[in-house]
Design a binder for this molecule. Structure first.
Ligand code: AMP
Length: 174
């Protein structure tokens, strides 16, 4: 079985969640399968060995995968959180989602200047979250060298929105 086949077999489509018309890609079947979770984390890490200094992940599912990838690479992890969760001085970015809108924040002292950052999230949909996180990390002094996703919903055009940036997805939904 290929990694893409394994991922596909561990995703659950949930229609009309969290809003009518959205087909939610539920990754919890993959997360609870140790072999599948390990394979995904190892592959994401292998693709970025030696090219990044720190891993950042977007709340909440990006924390799970991102922390695993950081651990696998022997690197640290920076959480990109929803508004109001981080206790220190923060930088914030407001953006639109496939469903609704949101504000994300990072601690202002998260990165050393020019630090090479791998940004990890579970799903690339419209690209709004990744674009916001990318801009936020760069405002905080980090340099996003790549953005890695478990699933890319290609029909939503996130890759076009992120044009010019390095994007890496393990499983493509055309
Ligand atoms: P977007 O900003 O539109 O690229 O949306 C990406 C963010 O929203 C990620 O953090 C995903 O976890 C979540 N997301 C958006 N659409 C979906 C979907 N259809 N299934 C699961 N998660 C989604």
């Amino acid at each position: 079985m290929t990694l893409a086949d394994l991922i596909g077999s561990r995703l659950r489509d949930v229609p009309d969640f969290p809003a009518p018309g959205i087909v939610f890609k539920d990754i919890t079947p993959l997360l609870r399968d140790g072999a599948a979770l390990g394979a995904v984390v190892r592959e994401l890490a292998a693709r970025h060995t030696g090219t990044v200094d720190v891993v950042a992940g977007v709340e909440a599912r990006g924390f799970i995968l991102g922390a695993g990838v950081a651990h696998e690479l022997g690197l640290g992890f920076v959480p990109v959180r929803k508004a109001g969760k981080l206790p220190g001085d923060v930088l914030a970015h407001h953006y639109d989602l496939e469903y609704g809108s949101a504000t994300i924040e990072v601690h202002a002292d998260s990165f050393t200047p020019g630090q090479r950052v791998l940004l990890v999230d579970d799903v690339l949909a419209t690209g709004g979250t990744a674009a916001a996180a990318h801009d936020l990390i760069e405002r905080a002094g980090g340099r996003v060298v790549s953005m890695a996703f478990l699933v890319e919903l290609a029909f939503l055009g996130g890759r076009d929105r992120l044009a010019g940036r390095s994007i890496d997805s393990l499983y493509l939904v055309p």
